[in-house]
Ligand binder design. Sequence first.
Ligand SMILES: NC(=O)c1ccc[n+]([C@@H]2O[C@H](COP(=O)([O-])OP(=O)(O)OC[C@H]3O[C@@H](n4cnc5c(N)ncnc54)[C@H](O)[C@@H]3O)[C@@H](O)[C@H]2O)c1
Length: 395
Amino acid sequence: MKLWLFGIYGIVGSTAIVGERAIRKGLSDTTGLVSELPEFEKLKDYAPLEFEFGGHDIRSLDKNLYQIVEEHWELNQHFDYRILLKLKEDLEKIRAKKGTALNCGEGVLEELKPLQTLEEEGLTLSQIVERLEKDLLEFADNETVAINVASTEPTLPYDEEVHGSLEGFERAIKENRKDKISASMLYAYVSLKNGIPFANFTPSVGSDIAALKELALKVGVPHAGNDGKTGETLVKTTLAPMFRYRNLRVLGWMGYNILGDLDGKVLAHEQNKRSKIVSKDKVVGKILGYFPYTITEINYFPPLQDNKTAFDFIHYQGFLGTKMKFYFIWDAIDAIVAAPLVLDIARFLMLAKKKGQKGVVKELAFFFKSPMETEEYNTHRQYEILKEWFQSLVS
Ligand SMILES: NC(=O)c1ccc[n+]([C@@H]2O[C@H](COP(=O)([O-])OP(=O)(O)OC[C@H]3O[C@@H](n4cnc5c(N)ncnc54)[C@H](O)[C@@H]3O)[C@@H](O)[C@H]2O)c1
């Protein structure tokens, strides 16, 4: 199958490609891929672990993917360099097309300079859509999925007239209302409009507005999001149910994250950070059924590069009103925990498409911090739901 990545030159997107190629060439095993667990074995009949890749980005377009991965590698050393050398020829063939940075916030505009974007060519919204569509359609076939792994955008204020219906959204494109539409919405729009399943791995809006949900149902295409659940939030949503099961009262939960690298730089900007914090903060209360005092912070810490560290402190109350404490530290290479999920999501979405599913696939909530159209945040339950859904489709 084929996978189009918006933000293909980022460390998550490029590591997903390296991983797939390394597995195919026998240079690595499938550890980290949920879709390769024995319970999902039949997935290979619908969506084998073999991809062709393409995508959009907004920087370094004069470089090929090999050069980009080398740059990420020099900073992060996130896998064995011998793997990269063996993939050189393959990766050199992959080049990003020029995307849009519409309403991506000052984090993107400042930190990713010099940018190469479609709007800098003076194109109108309709022309931007046409160009994105052209790139996508030149690449895509019937077995293509598109995933947004671009930098996190700030949240645009919701405007019912534009975001509330497909008609309003398309009118805004025609009227060139650039203030109302963001890059992630355009990426979701061109994918869904052309029957290509779309997933949003970021906290940006993506397909999470009524207009685009309507489009997905109209065209009959599945989509999923938002924001990959890969690190601290994965641990939080796995651990919070334990407090609930044992009727322990969580009084407060503090999560403090530090990370470097490009993602950290972009998230150092308040506007861009806000969407991420909202996404990480609400999960505990949703699982517990009440909202304890929470602090969720993310700070840029350049020396760490892509190595993200989260410090969590949980203050809770037990029998006889006694207060106790629990601490954990999550120390992971961000791209290594995120990249396999990109491949997993693509494969499950392809299955959904082949089985005629359309609209939001709630059963993929397991993969996301802010899953659409479900209130189920408990990782254990989400996993059971994923398995049941899969079984119902393949048996
Ligand atoms: N564990 C994780 O790493 C993790 C988990 C959940 C979500 N995410 C999200 O995934 C995204 C990618 O993370 P990353 O670490 O690869 O970041 P990154 O900064 O390495 O990569 C982002 C890439 O997107 C490109 N980009 C930015 N705006 C774009 C646009 N409008 N159109 C096309 N390309 C654009 C950038 O040039 C860059 O190549 C971020 O939004 C991040 O918050 C990451």
